[in-house]
Structure formats: structure tokens, C-alpha cells
Design a protein. Structure first.
Length: 433
DNA sequence: TATGCCGGGCG
DNA sequence: CGCCCGGCATA
């Protein structure tokens, strides 16, 4: 450490310990580079004269670059993030998203730990043949949708789509909160998308997230809350999870999959042989699905983790069971801005035991973004939420830009060519990223 | 370790 | 407000 100064001031000349008369001096002032050794051995040097000299041309340059500097952001962070969010959810149709993507768009690595293809689980696509059941599903779906969230996605498109897709709950709440019982979940269950699903339809644990795109729409939260009197404590987990809660008395077992809960009920409460896949559907009546939605997006402060939840490296690997691969009109509905949930966490609790529509959820989280919100194309949703959400990172410092900064470009030797900000150890103004 | 830059001090 | 630096976070 003692050599730090020395290193940073490569031009240390001879030793005049004159304390900075520099500002007044002119070109010839080299000799004035003071270098002195402090009692503890530190070198101190002053190079102000040089700064003065070079500043002149450095400035012109600065202006040039600055003028062009502001525009380079076209990729809308939020936009992109949404997309990546989708991908996490709807991994069935990754390509469907591409049209939306902007050409020059680069994916900030932190945000997209790429939806690794490995996580895409090919689903056999075995929809139940019974069209009849499908209708019911659809009906139920629509009803649920309408009743819980008035301004959800465009019902027309969503309903049909939803009904036709079997979705599995996705995402993770890595930290679970306890409502009142014992949260536990069955590791075996959740990692097996191809679980031999019980005959009944709900095996897929379908449910869909009602988008609460209006920030102030608490209606759905309320309405859902009164179904279940225990309000699920807000968590600051950004994701949403569907859990299945056993309704047997004194049993508050919560599992993450319907099959799990069914098996639990079967074995524990009905006393049947747990191993058999046999299910007469009776179990269905003994558990309820609870949807726990925690959305980071919410408010700046809610997002404490610097890393994007979407990406969340350590993220639990939940099987995302996407339905219909063959469907041709894929993720359109997905574009609907979703779940900019109210500041607080959202909890959807459903009492229905069986049919639910697919659940979609789009989280928009932007991290690592410019400090000036540059013009976005996605005005529609960008808005307060995104910007504020992006600000969520405020707690942490601005992620280091990838552009080379003055220091890198010019090197220490030419420190005087640096932009002032760099010289002052502030955020570089010249090479913004 | 080097780099970027925030937060804060000083004049 | 300009200038500078300690110290932290990150690559």
C-alpha cells in the first residue's frame, strides 16, 4: 500500500516539496512535481501542473464524446428482463420471443444466466383427450380469472390459451415463509416433471398468475385473503410459487406439488398405500392450492439482493412444466405486462382443488442499469415501476460498466487525459456504458 | 490484484 | 462547487 501513490504518479519528478503551487504554474512546471516522503514512508507527489497543461485539449474531447455518449442505450433493460423472465417460465417457446427482441440488444450477462437449454424440459405433451374436461377447465379458468382479478390479461386470448396449456408452477420461493404450519417440501416431487401424474387433471398443478398490473390494485389480494384467513406474511422473495396445502385438521402440510400433496393425503390421511399411483381423486378435496407470489419488483427496497431474482443463480431448480409444445400460438399473451405486484407480496390462495389454468408470471426486474433512464422503447410498461425497480439496486452500487474507462484507456501515465470524473474517482463521464 | 466509483471531506 | 481520496465492490 505504501507504494500506491508512487504508482499512480508515474511522473514523479524531482523533489520539491512545495505544496502545490501548481495551479498558478505553467508549462514549464515540471520541476514542481513535488514528491515527498511522509514520516511513515509514503510518497506524496503532486502533478497538478501537468493537469493544467493537458486539460486544454482534454476538454474538447470530453465534450465530443459526451455529446454522443447519452444515446447509446437502446436496449431497454426492462424489456429484456421481462423477456428473460418469460423464458424462465415459458420455456417451451423461447423462440417465440425473439421477434420482440431488439436486434442490437445485448444481454447483460448478470441478468441472463442463460436460460440454459438444459432446464428446458421436454414435455411429452399429453393432454387429456377429453375435450369435455378441457372445457371445464376453461370455464374454471375464466371464472377464476375474472373473479380474482378484474383487469387481468385480455380474457379472450388468455382464456383460450390458458386453458390449453398445462403449466406447472414455476419458480421458487427459496425461502419459504411459514404461514402457520410446517412448510416442507418434497424434494422428490418437485424435480420430477414427468411424475406419473394421477388421473385427475390437476396433476400439473396448473394455475395461473393473475396479473396485477395495476400497482394499486389490492382487490385481488384482499379478496384472496379473505378466503384464507391467515394472511401470508409478506416475504421479499420475488417469485411466485404455488403450494399445496393439506386441509386436514391439524395438518398443515404444505407441499410444492399437487402430486406430492395428494400422495401425502393418501398416505397420511387416507391411509392408502402411498406408493401406488392410484388415485380416485378424493385427495383433491383435501388440499388447497395456495399461490404465493412474492415479487421483487414491487418497491425499490424490497429488493435487497443485488442479484436478479430471475437469474438467481442458486435458484432452486423447479421443474417448469410447460404444457403444449405443439400449440402454434405461443407466448403472445405473455407479453401482457404482469405482476407488477403491489408493493407488498401477493398471495393468491385458491380453494379449488382441481382445475386451474396455467399460470404465467412475468417479472420485470432490472438491475444494473444506467443511472439515467435513457429513452426506452417500451414505454408502455417501463414507467414508474421499472424505473423505480431498477432503482432498487440503489442499495448496491452501480454495477461496473463494461466499457473501458479512462483509466483503462489512457492508463495511469496519461491520467491527465482522463475525464474529470475519472480523475476524481467518480463515475466516468466519458465512457459511459 | 486492478479497476470503478460512492461517499464524504476540504477549501 | 471543484477537487480529492478512503474505502468498498467487483472483475
Amino acid at each position: 500500500m505504501t507504494s500506491k501513490r508512487l504508482l499512480e504518479q508515474p511522473r514523479a519528478g524531482d523533489s520539491t516539496r512545495e505544496p502545490v503551487t501548481g495551479k498558478a504554474m505553467h508549462e514549464g512546471a515540471f520541476r514542481n512535481f513535488g514528491k515527498e516522503i511522509s514520516p511513515n514512508g509514503h510518497y506524496f507527489t503532486s502533478t497538478r501542473e501537468m493537469h493544467y497543461i493537458h486539460k486544454k485539449f482534454a476538454c474538447g474531447r470530453e465534450e465530443d464524446e459526451q455529446s454522443s455518449g447519452g444515446v447509446l442505450k437502446y436496449g431497454c433493460t426492462a424489456h429484456h428482463l421481462i423477456l428473460s423472465g418469460i423464458r424462465l417460465q415459458d420455456q417451451t417457446h423461447p423462440e417465440a420471443l425473439s421477434p420482440v427482441r431488439e436486434p442490437g440488444h445485448l444481454l447483460p450477462s448478470p441478468v441472463t444466466p442463460h436460460p440454459h437449454a438444459s432446464s428446458i424440459i421436454p414435455v411429452p405433451h399429453d393432454r387429456r383427450p377429453s375435450g369435455h374436461a378441457d372445457k371445464e377447465v376453461m370455464a374454471a379458468t375464466v371464472l377464476t380469472t375474472l373473479s380474482t382479478s378484474p383487469l387481468v390479461l385480455n380474457p379472450s386470448s388468455s382464456a383460450s390459451d390458458l386453458a390449453s396449456k398445462g403449466w406447472k408452477e414455476s419458480l421458487s420461493a427459496s425461502y419459504s415463509s411459514s404461514t402457520s404450519g410446517n412448510w416442507s417440501w418434497d424434494a422428490s416431487d418437485q424435480s420430477v416433471p414427468s411424475t406419473p401424474s394421477p388421473p385427475l387433471s390437476n396433476d400439473a398443478g396448473k394455475s395461473f398468475l393473475l396479473s396485477s398490473q395495476s400497482d394499486d390494485n389490492n382487490e385481488d389480494t384482499e379478496s384472496t385473503h379473505f378466503l384464507f384467513e391467515d394472511p401470508i406474511p409478506r416475504k421479499r422473495k420475488n417469485s411466485m410459487k404455488v403450494m399445496f396445502k393439506c386441509l386436514w385438521k391439524n395438518c398443515e402440510k404444505v407441499l410444492s406439488t399437487s402430486s406430492g400433496i395428494q400422495r401425502h393425503i393418501r398416505t397420511v390421511h387416507l391411509g392408502r398405500n402411498g406408493d401406488s399411483d392410484y388415485s380416485d381423486g378424493e385427495e383433491d378435496f383435501y388440499y388447497s392450492e395456495i399461490e404465493v407470489n412474492m415479487d421483487t419488483l414491487s418497491e425499490g427496497l424490497s429488493n435487497l439482493t443485488p442479484t436478479s431474482p430471475t437469474t438467481s443463480g442458486p435458484a432452486p431448480v423447479f421443474p417448469v412444466l410447460t404444457g403444449d409444445v405443439s400449440r402454434s400460438e405461443p407466448a403472445r399473451m405473455i407479453h401482457t405486462p404482469l405482476s407488477q405486484s403491489a408493493p407488498s407480496a401477493l398471495c393468491h390462495i385458491r380453494t379449488d382443488h382441481a382445475y386451474q389454468g396455467p399460470m404465467t408470471q412475468i417479472r420485470t426486474v432490472s438491475i444494473g442499469e444506467k443511472r439515467q433512464p435513457v429513452n426506452h422503447t417500451t414505454v408502455s410498461k417501463a414507467h414508474t415501476n421499472n424505473t423505480s425497480a431498477s432503482k432498487a439496486t440503489t442499495g448496491t452500487r452501480k454495477p461496473r460498466g463494461e466499457a473501458k474507462k479512462c483509466r483503462k484507456v489512457y492508463g495511469m501515465e496519461k491520467r491527465d487525459l482522463w475525464c474529470t470524473a475519472c480523475r476524481w474517482k467518480k463515475a466516468c463521464q466519458r465512457f459511459t456504458d
